[in-house]
Design a protein around this ligand. Sequence first.
Ligand code: SF4
Length: 95
Amino acid sequence: MCEACVHVAENAQEELGLAVVGRGFQVAVGVPFNGELSKAIRVAARRCAEVCPTGALAFRTQRACDLCESCTLTANGQRTLPESDGGECNGSSLE
Ligand code: SF4
């Protein structure tokens, strides 16, 4: 555990930030007081992901579609089906 993200958040003067939490084999980097990551590194999120050498902190570029089970939702909110399925989601795969 390099703690680079902890220092980046600290240097950015994040209100909540990141910290080393737990003891022994349970030690990990986390958000103090069981806070949410999105609230802990509001300013420093991008820099934390950039310095993380393992990819444990990384920006999500795609997520599952909320209309169907086949396509992905890109970071800019565009739904895309695989080319083999026509390329554009219309939410019909759950019908
Ligand atoms: S999450 Fe990444 S940057 Fe943070 S301590 Fe772990 S390896 Fe280092």
